[in-house]
Design a protein around this ligand. Structure first.
Ligand SMILES: [Cu+2]
Length: 161
């Protein structure tokens, strides 16, 4: 009986040892799992690749035609003489410009460019328009009868072309 018990104890000890070994080996497996995170980390670059597609819509906004390069302010008056101030304007680059016409007089005046663009303002008022200035420059007058001959003439020159 004693030998049988000893044998059974030995078998049990072997079982426990093998079970303990299995647990120890199983406990070692979790240490090998850090590899998958690296694989999931490689997914991130593909996500940023999709983000690089977004700048495309912004590029289509840039070529908007007629975007003013700057603003030119010109005053007009009939006293003490008919004229523009300044009458000689110079900008560096050909292109679209915003023109602010300030009528310092008491009667209506306008700026009429050689291409037909007209910006008119009543006495004491201000008007704004947009004009394309070619590389050759552009002359302007007040188109109200008699005003150009009285002195309301001017020109815009392009210096950088
Ligand atoms: Cu005038």
């Amino acid at each position: 009986m004693l030998r049988l018990f000893a044998w059974a104890a030995a078998v049990l000890a072997v079982l426990l040892l093998s079970l303990g070994y299995t647990i120890a080996t199983g406990g070692g497996q979790p240490d090998a799992t850090p590899t998958p995170p690296e694989a999931s980390g490689s997914v991130a670059p593909s996500g940023s690749a999709t983000a690089s597609v977004e700048p495309t819509p912004t590029a289509t906004v840039a070529p908007t035609p007629g975007t003013p390069l700057g603003t030119i302010e010109i005053h007009g008056h009939e006293s003490p003489t008919f004229g523009f101030e300044p009458s000689a304007v110079t900008v560096t680059t050909s292109g679209w410009y915003t023109v602010t016409f300030v009528n310092d007089g008491a009667i209506p005046h306008n700026i009429t460019f050689a291409d037909g663009t007209t910006i008119a303002a009543s006495g004491g008022e201000t008007a704004t328009g947009t004009v394309f200035l070619p590389a050759s420059g552009l002359d302007f007058i007040c188109s109200i009868p008699g005003h150009a001959d009285a002195g309301m003439r001017g020109a815009v020159a392009i210096s950088g072309s």
